[in-house]
Design a protein around this ligand. Structure first.
Ligand SMILES: [Fe+2]
Length: 382
């Protein structure tokens, strides 16, 4: 067997996990936490609830929320200055993938200096980061456990992928109750992001027996619970399963990395400021179709995890069922099905494909690819 490693933070999971926020920071030696969040999360009162527990543990804090979805390089400077001037010695994120990734980026620049662009790619961070505690409010990004941060380069209009073990948070506090304030569309989109993490990591060239367990189980959990979670915001059983699925998909992709779907999605999100999960949901059936010849056995397993009946089918027919199962799931939860539905037009496809070829996520895609193939996938999905 090849040598492989698996990295993960301490994970505290369950209803009421938010109550551990103060104690978690205290255990990491924090005196004052820099709390990164966004306006929507503040409105839903999760920040207020988390801060109550920081008060209880006598941990001071500074709250900062000047960021947007698909967080941008130009938003980081103010956050870093505020972190450094406020005397904070730890970082806490409360929110979805955007606040979490911004919290990670601020932690990187605060201790390593320079610009976030300097760390694009794999293993560029050399100095330790401040302690990080993460409270996710969406079941999707998996950033609470991952060694990834994604930030938009506003000049190039692309998403930069930063991958480093240093970005794995110290403690992830996953409280399914916090998922109840998401609307149906965000629930659907973030759920599809988690599913794309699970599928891409399961067929990744860097998949290991450890990542396989989490990836395949996450696909099953999402198949069984995403529709219910979208349909009813107070269905706690479905929320709990989706929180677990997102966590497991996060552990899988953090260690097995991703593939062509994310390499292509990052370019569209960077250009259109579209929702990452929606873009993944549109592209995934097409990228699965493309990758199928690279590992049909694994796509058979994905088809079964998606609830497809593959009894008596040949390997190839069974593998094709994975694509059909994915299309059905996307249709059930009412997400857009074509790239033109989210505002993409054909004139930018060649440029997007050139940028996708440079994305770090492509390194672990199971099928060798090229500019012509990526252009063809974008066109099919348009
Ligand atoms: Fe993603």
């Amino acid at each position: 067997m090849d040598i492989n490693k698996f990295v993960a933070p301490e994970i505290i999971f369950g209803l009421g996990a938010i109550s551990q926020a103060g104690e978690s920071l205290q255990r990491l030696g924090a005196r004052k936490a820099f709390v990164v969040t966004d306006k929507g999360v503040i409105k839903s009162r999760w920040v207020e609830k988390a801060l109550f527990h920081l008060d209880q543990a006598r941990v001071e804090y500074e709250v900062w929320s000047d960021l947007t979805t698909n967080p941008k390089d130009v938003e980081l400077k103010a956050g870093v200055e505020r972190y450094l001037s406020s005397g904070c010695d730890a970082v806490m994120a409360v929110g979805g993938g955007s606040p979490i990734d911004v919290a990670k980026a601020i932690a990187v620049i605060a201790t390593n200096g320079g610009l976030i662009h300097d760390y694009e790619g794999i293993n560029k961070i050399t100095k330790p980061l401040p302690p990080m505690v993460i409270l996710p409010t969406t079941a999707g990004s998996g950033s609470e456990v991952s060694q990834f941060a994604i930030i938009v380069d506003t000049k190039r209009k692309v998403k930069m992928t930063i991958i480093s073990k240093s970005l794995v948070p110290d403690i992830a506090l996953v409280d399914p109750v916090m998922l109840q304030t998401k609307d149906a569309r965000l629930t659907a989109a973030t759920g599809m992001d988690a599913l794309s993490h699970a599928v891409e990591s399961y067929v990744s060239l860097a998949a290991t027996p450890l990542t396989d367990i989490f990836a395949l189980n996450a696909i099953k959990l999402i198949t069984d619970n995403l529709s219910e979670s979208v349909a009813c915001s107070t269905n706690l059983k479905a929320k709990e399963s989706m929180a677990m699925a997102s966590l497991q998909a996060g552990l899988a992709f953090s260690n097995a990395i991703l593939g062509i779907t994310h390499a292509m999605t990052h370019q569209i999100d960077g250009l259109l400021d579209s929702h990452h999960g929606e873009t993944n949901a549109i592209l995934l059936p097409y990228t699965m179709e493309y990758n199928l010849i690279a590992n049909a056995d694994r796509f058979c397993n994905i088809a079964q995890a998606l609830g497809e009946d593959v009894a008596g089918l040949s390997k190839w027919k069974a593998a094709e069922k994975a694509v059909q199962g994915m299309r059905r799931l996307v249709k059930n939860i009412g997400l857009p099905k074509r790239l033109s539905d989210i505002g993409l037009d054909s004139t930018v496809i060649e440029k997007l494909a050139q940028n996708a070829l440079k994305d770090s996520c492509l390194i672990t895609n199971p099928r060798d690819t090229n500019l012509k193939d990526i252009i063809a996938i974008y066109r099919k999905a348009l």
